[in-house]
Design a protein around this ligand. Sequence first.
Ligand code: C2E
Ligand code: MG
Ligand code: MG
Ligand code: MG
Length: 281
Amino acid sequence: AAKAVGKGEWRLFEPKMQDALSARLLLEEDIKRGLAAKEFCVFFQAQFNSDKKLVGAEALVRWHHPTRGLLAPGAFIEVAEASSIMSSIDQVVLLRACEQMARWADMPIFRDITVSVNISPAQLYQHHFVEDVLAVIEKTGADPQRLKLELTESMLVTDMSQAIERMRQFKQAGIRFAIDDFGTGYSSLQYLQQLPLDQLKIDQSFVRGLPEDSSSLAIIRAVMAMANSLGLEVIAEGVETEVQRDILFANHCYLYQGYLYAKPQAAEQLEAMMQAEQINV
Ligand code: C2E
Ligand code: MG
Ligand code: MG
Ligand code: MG
C-alpha cells in the first residue's frame, strides 16, 4: 500500500499505517501461537423447529486467549483469512465438529440433529478440500448425512462451475449445504437453482428489523417465496424475541437460531441445557 504525499511523490507508509500493519502481524503471530497451544475451540449454537424440538447446531469457532479472554471470530477472522492461517483454524473446527457429532450419535436428544460448519472463502477452492473433509468424517466416524456446510453467496460467484463441481462431490457423500447470511449478497433464482442446496439462512440483519421495519419483512417474504419455489428449507438467524419468531412463523419460516433459544456455548453446556429442558419459549 502506497500513499500519495504530494504530486508525483509517494511515501510507502504513513506512521498510522505502519502501526496497523504491525498490529496485524502481531495478531497473525499470536494466532499461530494460539493454534500451537490448542487455544482454539468450538462452540455450538442450537437450532430449533416450531415444536421447540432441537434440530441442529452450528459450530462457531472461539479462541480461549490467555490474556484477552474468550474471543469471537470478529476479533481474528479477518487477519486469519488474509493469510494462510485460516485453513489451520478450519481444520480444527471441522475436526472438533465431527468428533462432537460422533459423540452425539449416542445421545437420544442429539442423535438426529444436523451440525453446520462455516466454510471460509479460500477453503472451498482448496485443491484437497473434498478429500480433507471426507477424511475427517472417516476418521471421526461422524455421519456425513448429518453434516451441513455453510457457504456464502459471495464465495460461490468466485468460480461458480468449480463450486458446483465440489458441491456435487459432497452431495454424493450425503453432505448438505446451506447458504449463510442469505439476502445480503447477489442471488438470482437462476443461479440458485443450479446449486445443490438444502437450506437458506435468513441473515440476522433482516430478523433484527422485525417487527418495525417493513423492508426487512418484505425481504423475508421474498426469501420465503424463493425458497418455496426452489424446494429449500429456511432457517432464520439472530432470533432474539418472541415477536420476531411469531412473525417468522406467520410467514411460514419454521426453523430458528438465536439468543431467544440459546447462545453459542460449549457442547457440555448445550447438553446440560437440553437435559434441564431450559427451552420454554
Ligand atoms: P454466522 O455464521 O452468520 O454466525 C452467526 C453469528 O451470529 C454468530 O457470531 C453468533 O454468535 C451470532 N448470533 C447468533 N444468534 C444471535 C442473536 O440472536 N443475536 C445476535 N446479535 N447475534 C447472534 P460469531 O460466533 O461471532 O461468528 C461470526 C461469524 O464468523 C459467523 O457468522 C461466521 O461467518 C464466522 N465464523 C464463525 N465460526 C467460523 C468458523 O469456524 N469458520 C469460518 N470460516 N467462519 C466462522
Ligand atoms: Mg454460519
Ligand atoms: Mg449468518
Ligand atoms: Mg456470517
